[in-house]
Ligand binder design. Structure first.
Ligand SMILES: C[S@@+](CC[C@H](N)C(=O)[O-])C[C@H]1O[C@@H](n2cnc3c(N)ncnc32)[C@H](O)[C@@H]1O
Length: 277
């Protein structure tokens, strides 16, 4: 199995724990994506790679009951979790399906907005995906994507830490899943591919986001609850203790807040529109 597929499948194994901790990162980034793309009451939204709903539930609040939000994800457990939370919260206008994100099978012009939070950069053919999302949008519809940013200068960092970047390099765990590989081939390629797919008003922004945790131990636990688990599963138990100690002490040393862990990480937000008629 190739590394990309392996890392995609890890989400099914970790769905019960995904982003369930005192650590904040995906939630605020999801809300920011919804702000950037602009979701209005009554819109029909498709959320690609919805996971447990960091973007989807922010979009659901923005569209209100006159709108509809559909999440798709490869992981049945992620989809089940979104459906359960939607039912518990009385969000009758939310649906979620197990569906591959590369070319989702919906009728053309089904959505006003398509979002993809930290997900579309994992696809094997992002230009092909942009073409298919263009067809699924109504004329004038908007696309909003977020992705981690590769940090290489002055030294590689993943999730704000050099110790995690070193672990990725030692275990060959880049493969487009971690910020180690440039999302969408970088900002310039993202712009040209989106234009080639027919999009206009293409904007690629990089903004700082913050990973915040109560302690270095809870930061470490968080690294097991998202895509980084695919990396941990490659690290031998013998090597693990040392790697964990190194990550905890670097997180503590680099925190922007004395009593807690606050790590600044860049996030890429991409927005574009299908031309209006
Ligand atoms: C890093 S998570 C992001 C989840 C959510 N959007 C968020 O911001 O927290 C990536 C999600 O994309 C899903 N995913 C990855 N590849 C996919 C594919 N080819 N088709 C559908 N979903 C995919 C994974 O199962 C996972 O739930």
């Amino acid at each position: 199995m190739d590394a990309r597929r392996e890392a995609q499948l890890v989400f099914e194994r970790l769905a019960q724990d995904y982003d369930r901790s005192d650590v904040e990162f995906f939630g605020p980034a999801g809300e920011r994506l919804v702000d950037h793309v602009g979701v209005s009451p009554g819109n029909a939204v498709l959320d690609i790679g919805c996971g447990r709903g960091a973007v989807l539930f922010a979009a659901a609040r923005a569209v209100g009951e006159g709108g509809r939000v559909t999440g798709i994800d490869l992981s049945p457990a992620m989809v089940a979790s979104v459906l359960a939370e939607a039912e518990q919260s009385g969000l009758r206008w939310v649906n979620a399906l197990v569906l591959e994100a590369q070319e989702p099978a919906f009728p053309p012009e089904s959505f006003d907005v398509i979002t993809g939070g930290m997900s579309v950069h994992m696809l094997a053919d992002t230009l092909g995906a942009f073409r298919s999302y263009h067809q699924l949008l109504c004329p004038g519809g908007r696309l909003g994507l977020s992705a981690p940013v590769t940090v290489v200068d002055p030294a590689p960092e993943v999730f704000g830490l050099r110790s995690i970047a070193r672990l990725c390099a030692a275990h060959d765990a880049g493969s487009g899943i971690y910020p180690y590989a440039e999302a969408f081939g970088g900002a310039r390629k993202a712009r040209s591919d989106l234009r080639a797919a027919g999009f206009v008003q293409v904007k690629v922004r990089e903004e700082p986001a913050f990973i915040t945790a109560g302690s270095s131990e809870s930061f470490l636990r968080w690294t097991w609850t998202h895509g980084m688990r695919a990396l941990w599963e490659r690290v031998s138990p013998r090597e693990r203790d040392g790697a964990e100690d190194e990550i905890k002490s670097e997180a503590h040393a680099r925190s922007e807040h004395g009593d807690r862990i606050v790590l600044r990480v860049p996030v890429m937000y991409v927005t574009a529109a299908r031309p209006a008629p």
